[in-house]
Design a protein around this ligand. Sequence first.
Ligand code: OAD
Length: 240
Amino acid sequence: MIEEQISLVRERLAATKSLVVLTGAGISAESGVPTFRGDEGLWKTYRAEELATPQAFQRDPQLVWEWYQWRRGLIAAKVPNAAHEALVGLEQTIIQFQLITQNVDGLHAKAGSRNMLEMHGNIWKMRCTHCGVKTEDHSLSLPALPKCSECDSLLRPDIVWFGEAIDGKHLEQSLSACQNHEVMFVIGTSGVVQPAASFASIAKEAGVFVVEINPAPSLSGLADVTLSGKAAEVLPQLGF
Ligand code: OAD
């Protein structure tokens, strides 16, 4: 059955000039990066409100930074998998391509994706809590709380936390991309965190052909084609 659906998507891609892709933690699962939900998910063991909110950072910046350094340690040695690589192939083939990722692990960039919006930020970047200056940082330990080189204020992870708004420009670009491409792939997301959770239905309303790739699909009947399987196994079968 999945072979038939894969052929259908392949034919569709061969005729399409524009593709928008939304990814979530599932695309990095086969690289060994833990997802957030599900039995093995980070939110089974850790409480988001104690670690991934502005209030948590205000209360205990040391704890929050330690958690992010621990996550950096989990991600540092990981490499992109066949799914990340297949998206690079698609970007090189399809005239208009936009990747929107909720992932902060940087693996899409490591694979070579270029036209990409990291809507939840990037774990390898820090942002000043006062002047907003961003810096890249790949350290894995935290001898002291990091301070801004411009104004000496506390730096925070450049991540969009629960209760915070997505960068307005990113949101606008993402919404426009979801409405103005012929085909949309939704890969490895549980679809519970807004605003990304609404992107597929926004695309669908705009007449976009929606394809979901997930071993436990989350779009419940909205997708035109559902490829039930692991991203790193399914995407290479599309031939890019
Ligand atoms: P979740 O952990 O909520 O969902 C992961 C999804 O990946 C689930 O639907 C799984 O079925 C699917 N999945 C698992 N293995 C897969 C595989 N090999 N191939 C394809 N799919 C697979 O992750 P997100 O939906 O990304 O926020 O979570 C959204 C946001 O919630 C994250 O960006 C994060 C979190 O709190 C921030 O970091 C700000």
